[in-house]
Design a protein around this ligand. Structure first.
Ligand SMILES: [Zn+2]
Length: 49
């Protein structure tokens, strides 16, 4: 369980901040952006924190 700086996918409506998040780790590099994108935290990251 480690916290890192937020990232998000341009294809998703949420951002991630936990490296254990499966959804966050499955983002394809071409869709990956750093920062929150102004989107809410993903449910899985929320649970993992
Ligand atoms: Zn997540």
């Amino acid at each position: 369980m480690s916290k890192t700086s937020p990232w998000h996918s341009i294809k998703q409506n949420v951002h991630h901040n936990n490296t254990s998040c499966k959804t966050g780790n499955n983002i394809e590099p071409e869709n990956l952006r750093s920062g929150t994108g102004g989107k809410p935290l993903c449910k899985e990251c929320e649970r993992l924190k």
